[in-house]
Design a protein around this ligand. Structure first.
Ligand code: ATP
Ligand code: MG
Length: 412
C-alpha cells in the first residue's frame, strides 16, 4: 500500500485541548475516507494513511476539504543512508513528467533527534548531490516542488507532492453557528470560512414563495450540498423559514424606505430564537460593510439592536473581488450567480434608509401584529438533511415551497 502523511500544524494544538482536537480531526479523516480501503494511524503530530494507488487522487481531493489539515503528502519509505536517499530522490524526480520545467527546494524535518545530522546539515549535504544528477532549477523562496525528507527512527520518508490543506481548526471545535444563508455570493463564503475555522454550522434560509421563485430555493439546496463536504459527517442541516405571510404584511404596512430594514429585523428575530432554543453559540451572515444600504454601520446597528446572540460577520471587511475569489475556489460562485431573486431582492425600494432609526422601526412594527406571524412561521420551520450526493430538484415537485417540499418528502 502507498502512504500519505497528514499534518495538522502544532501551533494551534498546544495545551489541554490538543487531544480533543486531534481526535476530532482523526474521526473526520476516517469518515471522509470511509468508502476506500485504508489503514489510518494516529501519531503524535501527524496521521499516516495507507491506501491503494488507484484511490490516490480521490483521497487527496477529500483531504483538501477537511478543516484543520495544514498539509499532506505522499511519502516513499527509504533507508537512513544519505547516499541511498539521494539516489532514490533522483530516481523519483526523474519520474515526474517534464521534471526539468519545475523549480525545487530541499527541506528536511528530523523527528528522530538522535540522527547523526541536523535537519539543515542533511539538506546542505543531500541537495548538491541531487542537483548535480538532475540539473533541476532551485528556488528556495517559492519552489513549485518541495523535496521533503523526514527523518524517523527506522526510516527516512521522501515526499515530492506536499500540498496545503485548508488550514484552520478541526470541524466543530470552535462551537456551533447558525449561518444565515441566502442564494447570493457572500453568505456561502461566510459559511465556508466559519466551518474552516472550526465552527459546526447549520444553515438557515428565508424563502418567500410564491413571491420568490423555487429556483432561488434550488440555489440554496445546491449550495448546501457543496458546504456539506466540509462537515465531519458529510451532512448538513438546512432549515427553511417560510416568510411569505410576514413578508406580505411588511410590504402592506411598512413605509417604503424601511421595508428592508424591518424585513431584516424580523429575520434576526427568527435566527436569535432558533439559536437560543438549540444551543447555538452564534449567528453568522455574509455582510460586508457598505455593500448595500442594509450593510452600513448604522443599518447594522438598527437591524440587530434587539439581538443578543453574538453575530459574527466573517466578510465584514472583505473586498467583493476577494469574496468572489473564494466563492470560485469552493465552487459556489456558479450557483450563486444564477439569476433568481431571493426575498431580500424581490422588492428593493427606490430609497432604502441608509441611516434607519430604531424608534422609526418600532413605530413601523407597531402597525401590525408581527409577533403572532413570527410564532406561526417559527412553528413551521422545515429542516432537511443535505449531503454531497443529495439528489433534489425542488422545482419538479410544485410551484410553492411547502407544497413542493411535502411532495418531495413523500416522493417514494
Ligand atoms: P449574499 O450574497 O450573501 O446574499 P448580499 O450582498 O446579497 O449577500 P443581503 O441580501 O443584504 O446581501 O444579505 C446580507 C446577509 O443577510 C446575507 O449575506 C445573508 O447572511 C443574510 N440573508 C439575506 N437574505 C437571506 C435569506 N433569504 N435567507 C437567509 N439569510 C439571508
Ligand atoms: Mg443576497
Amino acid at each position: 500500500m502507498d502512504r500519505i502523511v497528514v499534518r495538522f500544524g502544532d501551533l494551534i494544538l498546544k495545551g489541554r485541548n490538543r487531544n480533543v482536537f486531534v481526535n476530532i480531526l482523526f474521526k473526520h479523516v476516517k469518515n471522509a475516507l470511509a468508502n476506500y480501503e485504508t489503514n489510518i494511524h494516529k501519531n503524535y503530530d501527524a496521521f499516516e494513511i495507507e491506501y491503494h494507488t488507484e484511490n490516490e487522487e480521490d483521497i487527496k481531493k477529500l483531504l483538501k476539504d477537511i478543516p484543520g489539515i495544514h498539509s499532506f503528502y505522499k511519502v516513499y519509505t527509504l533507508s537512513r543512508d544519505i547516499n541511498e536517499c539521494a539516489n532514490k530522490a533522483v530516481e523519483y524526480i526523474k519520474n515526474i513528467p517534464n521534471y526539468k520545467n519545475f523549480t525545487y527546494k530541499v527541506e528536511t524535518r528530523r523527528s528522530d533527534k538522535m540522527y547523526e545530522l541536523r535537519s539543515i546539515d542533511f539538506s546542505m549535504k543531500i541537495a548538491p548531490i541531487i542537483i548535480k544528477q538532475t540539473n533541476i532549477k532551485v528556488d528556495v523562496r517559492n519552489p513549485e516542488i518541495t523535496i521533503l525528507f523526514e527523518i524517523h527512527k527506522d526510516a527516512i520518508y521522501l515526499s515530492l507532492d506536499k500540498s496545503n490543506g485548508l488550514g484552520g481548526f478541526p470541524y466543530g471545535v470552535s462551537g456551533k453557528a447558525l449561518v444565515m444563508l441566502s442564494g447570493g455570493i457572500d453568505s456561502p463564503v461566510s459559511a465556508f470560512l466559519a466551518a474552516k475555522q472550526g465552527l459546526e454550522i447549520e444553515l438557515f434560509h428565508f424563502e418567500s414563495s410564491p413571491l420568490t421563485p423555487l429556483e432561488a430555493t434550488q440555489k440554496v439546496l445546491d449550495i448546501a450540498k457543496v458546504l456539506s463536504k466540509y462537515t465531519i459527517n458529510q451532512s448538513i442541516q438546512l432549515h427553511f423559514v417560510s416568510l411569505n405571510e410576514l413578508h406580505q404584511a411588511i410590504l402592506t404596512n411598512v413605509v417604503d424606505s424601511y421595508i428592508i430594514t424591518i424585513l431584516r429585523r424580523m429575520m434576526y428575530r427568527f435566527a436569535d430564537r432558533y439559536s437560543k432554543e438549540h444551543n447555538i453559540d452564534c449567528i453568522i451572515n455574509g455582510e460586508s460593510l457598505g455593500q448595500v444600504a442594509s450593510q452600513t454601520i448604522n443599518s447594522i446597528k438598527t437591524i440587530t439592536n434587539k439581538i443578543d446572540t453574538p453575530i459574527l460577520r466573517p466578510l465584514i471587511t472583505y473586498d467583493k473581488n476577494d469574496i468572489i475569489k473564494i466563492s470560485r475556489q469552493i465552487s459556489t460562485f456558479d450557483i450563486s450567480i444564477r439569476a433568481f431573486n431571493d426575498c431580500c431582492s424581490i422588492y428593493v425600494p427606490k430609497n432604502p434608509a441608509i441611516k434607519p432609526r430604531i424608534n422609526i422601526c418600532e413605530i413601523e412594527e407597531a402597525k401590525f401584529d408581527y409577533q403572532s406571524l413570527i410564532d406561526k412561521i417559527y412553528n413551521n420551520i422545515i429542516t432537511l438533511e443535505i449531503k454531497p450526493n443529495t439528489d433534489i430538484n425542488i422545482c419538479d415537485y410544485g410551484l410553492e415551497f411547502n407544497e413542493a417540499i411535502n411532495n418531495y418528502v413523500k416522493r417514494d
